[in-house]
Design a protein around this ligand. Sequence first.
Ligand SMILES: NC(=O)c1ccc[n+]([C@@H]2O[C@H](COP(=O)([O-])OP(=O)(O)OC[C@H]3O[C@@H](n4cnc5c(N)ncnc54)[C@H](O)[C@@H]3O)[C@@H](O)[C@H]2O)c1
Length: 311
Amino acid sequence: METDRLGPERPGPWTRGRVFRFAAPTGSAGPSGSLPPVGELDNTIAVITGAARGQGRSHAVALAEQGADIIGVDMCADVEAIPYPLATREDLDETGRLVAATGRRMVPVVADVRNLAQLEAGVAGAVAEVGDIDIVVANAGVVAIGNRDPHAEDVYTAIVETNLNGVWHTLLATVPSMIRNGRGGSIVLVSSSQGLTGRGGDGSAAMFGYAAAKHGVVGLMRSAASAYGPHRIRVNSVHPGGVATPMILNEFVAAKMMESPNPSVLSQALIPDAPIIDPKEVTEAVLWLVGPRSRFVTGVTLPVDAGHVAT
Ligand SMILES: NC(=O)c1ccc[n+]([C@@H]2O[C@H](COP(=O)([O-])OP(=O)(O)OC[C@H]3O[C@@H](n4cnc5c(N)ncnc54)[C@H](O)[C@@H]3O)[C@@H](O)[C@H]2O)c1
């Protein structure tokens, strides 16, 4: 099947019979208003893990604004080894309200990405409600900035089980639905600048676990891009630098920074005045990667880090 031509006579995997807004012939959805405007992700289903707050919420709302219905996964519970609170059920419901305000819907799934059976059951239940999956953003993650204990094995394990195993589990829980729907699709794995560089490593179990897991995500991404390419499923990773979310803006990190500032973590950006970026900057990259404008992009690592890893 041809994959390099878009137009009304050949609906793409994203359109289910409709044309892409940017590919539509002049006049079909223009300012004259003869047809309602079509979102780039109209009639798609997107699974987002870690959807209750932070970057996951930003991605959920933006994808919904472009027409996607959302399956929003979050554990909504704390992890003992992780020294800051994770999201709550109220946070996940708030994401659902924000998605609903765009005119789309979100099916909430309370599941722990570390637990494959729980994740598979939750996603399968949501798919039964809204239909097969087109888009996946594997975003759930934890960190333990400021815990400098080299022997904190519980911290290392929690980070690797969430940030690496959880991403693998997310692929297992979602890709069968994507293959079944036969429309192709796009998967974005959320890594980190710590998935491309070890700079900032301090010998702690927390930083070793985080860098190992986030580098591991690149291996998963490349292998998955190879495995799922024949199904026209693209797989890429994004690598944010510091992002203003509760993961780093919390009391534990603030206290640790007061005790012992570590400006090297923040000072590597090439672009001035961008030590910590807004989640919506990462969302812009995710939107491009999950949508039709990147239809021949697969297997790439895309930093969104103001140049942190560029040199
Ligand atoms: N904030 C940053 O500076 C930064 C930088 C680079 C990469 N990242 C990555 O971005 C992603 C999103 O992080 P964020 O900044 O939005 O942080 P966040 O803490 O605000 O959000 C993470 C979400 O993941 C959920 N979660 C955690 N463990 C889970 C589990 N086992 N199962 C299901 N859900 C779980 C949390 O409840 C929370 O809602 C993470 O993968 C993180 O590692 C963050």
